[in-house]
Design a protein around this ligand. Structure first.
Ligand code: SME
Length: 158
């Protein structure tokens, strides 16, 4: 397997995702273990975009339980319909939060996190995990992130 992710300097966000996704694809295709793949995807996203926190919560016993991630320690369990992650799970769709202070049910694992995007991950029609990305900047995420993070979420095969 490739030992590093290679992305040119000074390119746009779209170009970064476009360069990253084929590399992630070949990384996960050569490894059947979903935990290992979530770990490498978190590391690659953190490295390429410098996000504050990137990680997965996995559906277990009717809760989301912390999975592989990169960044500061985080809440370990989130209930269905609670927080941005639990609401994305319930709504079965991605959620972008431009300002976490204005999102009433946001769960603050760190006061440094200012905006957030959560992407559900499906096995057939059922949500089995979510990908959560936090930024220390307001308004950090848009439709471009949503589009490409959805593609990245599809690489995670439970
Ligand atoms: N903010 C999330 C909790 C997880 S942490 O951001 C890592 C939420 O509201 O669900």
């Amino acid at each position: 397997m490739a030992e590093e992710i290679i992305i040119a300097d000074g390119v746009s966000k779209t170009e970064k995702y476009e360069a990253l996704i084929p590399q992630l694809k070949s990384l996960v295709e050569s490894e059947p273990d979903v935990i290992a793949n979530m770990a490498n995807i978190s590391a690659a996203l953190k490295e390429v975009f410098g996000f504050f926190w990137v990680g997965f919560y996995i559906v277990r016993d009717e809760q989301l339980v912390l999975g592989p991630f990169q960044g500061p320690i985080a809440c370990t369990r989130i209930r269905y319909g609670r927080g941005v992650c639990g609401i994305a799970w319930k709504a079965q769709k991605p959620i972008i939060v431009p300002n976490v202070d204005e999102f009433p049910d946001h769960i603050a694992c760190s006061s440094l996190s200012k905006s957030e995007i959560v992407i559900p991950i499906f096995r057939q029609k059922e949500i089995v995990a979510v990908l959560d990305v936090d930024s220390e900047f307001f308004n950090h995420f848009d439709e471009t992130d949503e589009k490409y993070l959805l593609e990245i979420g599809e690489l995670v095969k439970f």
